[in-house]
Every structure is written in structure tokens, then in C-alpha cells.
Write a protein that binds this ligand. Structure first.
Ligand SMILES: [Zn+2]
Length: 395
């Protein structure tokens, strides 16, 4: 009995310490008195937690001269160099890296071309580890200060077990990728679906800041979506919620790579655009289609307009299902060709169900290419930073 009480006390203590650290992180610099006002904890308790956090090197005191009387106040700020995480964005043809400090700023970035299809997962893991070691060496950050690695990748990812269940983009199936990195570097690693990482990033740092119900649609070589509900990424039963590329639009439609007919993906992604264009002209990439559309060539304009129409339909379907206040459209296709978003607006009257008109906003991704690297760094921070998980342990 006594033991249980002691454990309860420890949990409460950790919980309060985490809360204070979170407040300092979010509202820095902040004084002890302001923390007391927010938490309603006693000055003594706050003082104790603050000195513990200072001793652990996670926060520091700074002097702030208040305007007017010129009196100096002691403020608390976090120590950016206390710990680091590394965020990785794995795409079909390139891998991007970012080192994130404790203030959640990306302090170094690196990008390399790499086709995962041309090498084994083991080779790719080795390459990623080498690149990360190189970056750390260059920035002078010791390996021990990196508390975790986060990786965002396309596909169905078993996020809890660190396994890539299926990624048609990377051409991997049942790959225990997180443990390959962990074994090599001895750093804890979390992997997740790229769009789930992206929406976390937009929620924390980008265009969905302050929104409680956000949906994100990603269009590029495939199409998918992700959802934030009350500040949490919605994962579904097996972390696959949002795989809308294979929702059926027409059972008699074009054959999809998954073996079914008429999947949404066959109407809207880059491949489908090229296939559609090839009925008229011999094109090799979407760039040519958009160039022709900008040049007022009718065949190309029709294809681009069709894509926008189906994107509009997709937005309507998502809004009908989840009633979000914000829909972020992202991915290479819309980021490189912003005219699609304007065209979606034009179609919106036709495709959006009346009760939802004017009840949500459609916005482009603010972070674009940075989003997954930042989200992956944040994901690692959420999992592996000191005191992280205190909340979860408690429940
Ligand atoms: Zn399909």
C-alpha cells in the first residue's frame, strides 16, 4: 500500500515537472511568478522543479530588462542545445534530414538523391546512418545528445512496432526499419506514415496552428490524407486511417495498381495525369501537361481541370465524413502547380455539399518541403525527449 502511494507521488511529481517544462517551452521566456499563476502551484514547488530542470541542463535563467523602469527580471528559458532529435523525410527519389534542437528549431539540413527501390532496406538504413553521422560531425553535436530519430515515409506503417508493413512507393513489405537504425546508432527511432508526420508538423508549426480539427490531403505520386482531432493525430485501428487513394469512385473505372478498379488514385495522382495525357500526346512528365495548360492548349487544360474537379470531390467527401475546420492541400502536385487550388475553388460550388459551404477553409501547406523533416523531428521529441511520455504513463 505504502509502495503504491509512493508511486502515485512520483507520478504526480513527474507530471508537474513535465507541465512546467511544457509551459516554459511554449511561453518562453517566462518568470516563476507567471508559471505560478498558470499552474496554481506554490512558489516552493515551482522553485524546486525549476532548480531540478536547471541542474539537468534542460532550462536556464535569463535576465530580461522590462521596458520602463529598467528593472531586471529573472526569466526562464529552455536550453536549445540540451538535446537534439533528427527528422528524416524518406521519399521515392530523395531523403531529407534535419537536426532539431530542444527549442524545436531545425538547425541543420541536408538532402540527398537516393532511390530506395535500387537498394535493400539494410543498405538504405546504413546510408541514412552514415549521412546523419556526417551531419553531426559537421555541426559538432555529439551523438549522445541525440535522444531520438523520427522518420516519415509513404505507406502503411506499423508505428508502434517500427515496421513498414507495405510501401508501394519504396517497394518494401514487412521491413522492421526502425530497429535497423536503432541497432546501428544506438539511438531510439520512431517511424510513421509521411502524411501523419506532415499534419503533425502543420499543426505544431504551420498552417493548422490553432485548429482543432484539421484534415490534410497529400497529392503527388499517390494520394492520401491525415487528420488531427483535438490536437492528436487520428490513427485508426492499424495506423491506416486516411488511406483514401484506394477509396472507390467508379467500380468500372481504370485498373489501379492495387488490383481494384476506379480507385480515387487513378483519377488524381501524377501517374493518372500522365496516362490521361498520353491518350492525346506523348508526354513523359506532369510538367509538360501543366506547361501546355498554361499555354492554353485545350487538351491539357481539360486534364488539369479534371484533376481539380476530383480534388474538389475528395475535399467534399472528407468534409462530409469529418467536418474539419481546415483542409490543407499539400504534395508535389499542388505545391508545384498552385493553379489547381484556384480551379478547385471554381469547382467548389458544384461539388461541396450546401451545409458545409463556407464552414471550412482550404489552404495550401505552409511548410511545404520542410514539413515532414520538422514533423519527424517533433515526433521523436514527443517520444524520446526527457520527461516525454509522463502524461501517457499516468493514464
Ligand atoms: Zn487502388
Amino acid at each position: 500500500m505504502k509502495k503504491i502511494m509512493k508511486q502515485d507521488q512520483d507520478v504526480t511529481k513527474q507530471h508537474n515537472k513535465q507541465m512546467i517544462l511544457d509551459i516554459i517551452k511554449k511561453q518562453r521566456p517566462i518568470s516563476r511568478a507567471e508559471i505560478a499563476k498558470i499552474t496554481r502551484m506554490s512558489a516552493t514547488s515551482i522553485g524546486r522543479f525549476v532548480s531540478e530542470l536547471c541542474e539537468e541542463g534542460l532550462i536556464r535563467e535569463t535576465e530580461l530588462t522590462s521596458s520602463g523602469v529598467g528593472r531586471k527580471a529573472i526569466m526562464l528559458d529552455i536550453e536549445p542545445g540540451a538535446i537534439y532529435t533528427i527528422g528524416v523525410d524518406m521519399a521515392k527519389k530523395r531523403i531529407s534530414f534535419g537536426i532539431m534542437d530542444f527549442s524545436e528549431a531545425i538547425i541543420a539540413q541536408h538532402r540527398m538523391d537516393h532511390k530506395t527501390q535500387d537498394s535493400t532496406p539494410e543498405e538504405t538504413a546504413e546510408l541514412i546512418c552514415n549521412e546523419m553521422e556526417g551531419m553531426l560531425k559537421q555541426t559538432g553535436i555529439p551523438l549522445e545528445k541525440v535522444v531520438g530519430i523520427g522518420i516519415g515515409m509513404p505507406g502503411v506503417i506499423n508505428y508502434e512496432r517500427g515496421i513498414v508493413q507495405l510501401s508501394t512507393t519504396l517497394e518494401w513489405k514487412d521491413v522492421a526499419f526502425a530497429s535497423l537504425i536503432e541497432k546501428r546508432l544506438q539511438i531510439k527511432t520512431v517511424i510513421d506514415n509521411d502524411l501523419k508526420v506532415k499534419i503533425l508538423s502543420e499543426y505544431l508549426y504551420g498552417s493548422a496552428k490553432g485548429s482543432n480539427k484539421t484534415a490534410l490531403i497529400g497529392i503527388g505520386t499517390g494520394i492520401g490524407s491525415a487528420l488531427i482531432i483535438n490536437g492528436e493525430v487520428f490513427r485508426g485501428g492499424s495506423n491506416s486511417a486516411g488511406e483514401l487513394g484506394h477509396t472507390t469512385l467508379d467500380p468500372n473505372g481504370n485498373l489501379c495498381e492495387c488490383g481494384k478498379r476506379g480507385c480515387l488514385q487513378t483519377y488524381i495522382d501524377e501517374n493518372s495525369l500522365i496516362m490521361e495525357a498520353r491518350r492525346v500526346k506523348d508526354v513523359s512528365d506532369v510538367r509538360q501537361v501543366f506547361a501546355a495548360a498554361r499555354n492554353e492548349e485545350r487538351w491539357a487544360k481539360e486534364i488539369v481541370s479534371r484533376t481539380a474537379l476530383y480534388l474538389g470531390i475528395t475535399i467534399n467527401n472528407i468534409v462530409c465524413m469529418y467536418n474539419p475546420d481546415t483542409v490543407i492541400v499539400s504534395g508535389d502536385l499542388v505545391e508545384n502547380y498552385r493553379e489547381i487550388i484556384d480551379l478547385v475553388e471554381e469547382h467548389s460550388d458544384q461539388v461541396i455539399w450546401e451545409p458545409f459551404k463556407g464552414k471550412f477553409r482550404v489552404i495550401p501547406s505552409e511548410l511545404k518541403g520542410e514539413a515532414i523533416v520538422m514533423g519527424a523531428g517533433a515526433l521523436a521529441m514527443q517520444h524520446f525527449a526527457p520527461l516525454a511520455g509522463t502524461w501517457a504513463e499516468e493514464s
